[in-house]
Each structure stands twice: as C-alpha cells, then as structure tokens.
Design a protein around this ligand. Sequence first.
Ligand SMILES: [Fe+2]
Length: 247
Amino acid sequence: MTCEHIRLSDTIPTHLTAVLLPFNIHPLLHKLIMPDTRVWGTDVDTTKAIDSFFCSNEGLAVQEHGLRTVPNMLAMTDLYLANNPNDEEVKNILKDPLYKRGIMLGSLLHDIGKMNVDPTILRYPGELTREERIQIETHPAFAKTLLEKSPNHTRALEIPYSHHEKWNGTGYPRGLFGLSIPLLARIFTVADVWDALTSVRPYQHAWTEIDANRHINSLSGTSFDPKVVDIFNIMCESKLLSTQEGM
Ligand SMILES: [Fe+2]
C-alpha cells in the first residue's frame, strides 16, 4: 500500500463511515484502492496504470470526490425508488439484490476514466481548448472499457458510463435523451454536480448550499431529470444532503 492510499483511507469521514458500514464498504474500498487483477478482471499493465493513477494527486481527488457522492447517491436513490414504485426501471433495479453495491461502486469509480486524460488538463484552472475538452470527454467511455471486463461491475457501470448525459440529449458520450439515460445515472448526475459545486476545488471556492440548489433547479428539464430534481429538493429541505464542509 502506498502513502497516498493510506492518506485516503485515513481521511474517510466519520459521517461517511457510518453510512457505508452496513454495506461492508471497508473491505470493498480496500479492494478498490488496492487495484489487482482479481478486482478489475483486467491485464497487469492496466492494473498498474490504475494503481499509479490512484496514487497521483488527480487520482486521489477522483477517489475523494467519488467517496463523498456515495451517501447522497444512496439516500437520493432510496427516496426516488420509494416515491416511484410503479416505474418499470425502479422495479428492475429492486429485482437486483446487489443494486446498492452497484451504486457504491459506480459512485466511487464514476471518474476513474480520467486516468486516460493528460493530468495537466485535469489540473488546469482556466478555460480549456476544444481539443482538451474532447480529451476530458473520453473519460466515461474509458471507464466503460475498464469496468465492462468484470461481470461484477455491470450495475456499477451505468453510473461512470452515463453520468455526463443530459436530459435534453446534449450530453456525452452517447447524447442519450430523457428516459433513455439509465435511472441511476440520472440520479447520480445531480449528486455529482451538488458535490462538485459545494466542494473546494483548485480553481473554485465552494458554493453555498443555497446557490448550489438554485443552480441545480435552474437546470431541471435541460441537464437534469425534473423528477430527480424534485427528490433532490426534498432532500435539501430536510437537510439530508451532505457536503464536503459538513463531513
Ligand atoms: Fe465525470
């Protein structure tokens, strides 16, 4: 285990630990953070590349952001599933006994495809060129090439592969529209943006919860599924969403 791995394990917030314990997250997290071919079902060179990425500052940021999205994603999904019991996608998810494991894995690993992006682009604080944006936009498809090698990751894959799709069809990588975007990805997109806005980043102060809420609501029906934004609003009103500061 490298020092960076220890750093991440040591910084799992108490609040997050409490949420994840019932799902036996620690052994799972340990496996994720200690990449090996048994977990990834992939070749040695790729496994080494994953390990190396996780040890970099960019890889550490990807893991920490991924970790923070987990409790919000689990809670938002629970509420969405409870409020929409007759929805076919909901019935399908509930038939899968391991769907919560898929949510955790998918959330934790949603940006792992960024290991395929030049780190100088990932840390660049200014406006990116078109070519740089194109490179960043390869990360969902790259995550798919990593995760689809293991049958254990089928449910988890929905999140990394589709978390940049938009409700109005202008997202990437496939430009999926509306309900053709997998439900877990539609929910995760909101959890992802919430965490991105309310966290301190190298190029941005953390937004207030009120501003982040306004921003997400302004994109309901364009970037986000309006039914998911309704769930998000219930969570906000009940103060059930965590933030980096709150952890
Ligand atoms: Fe992403």
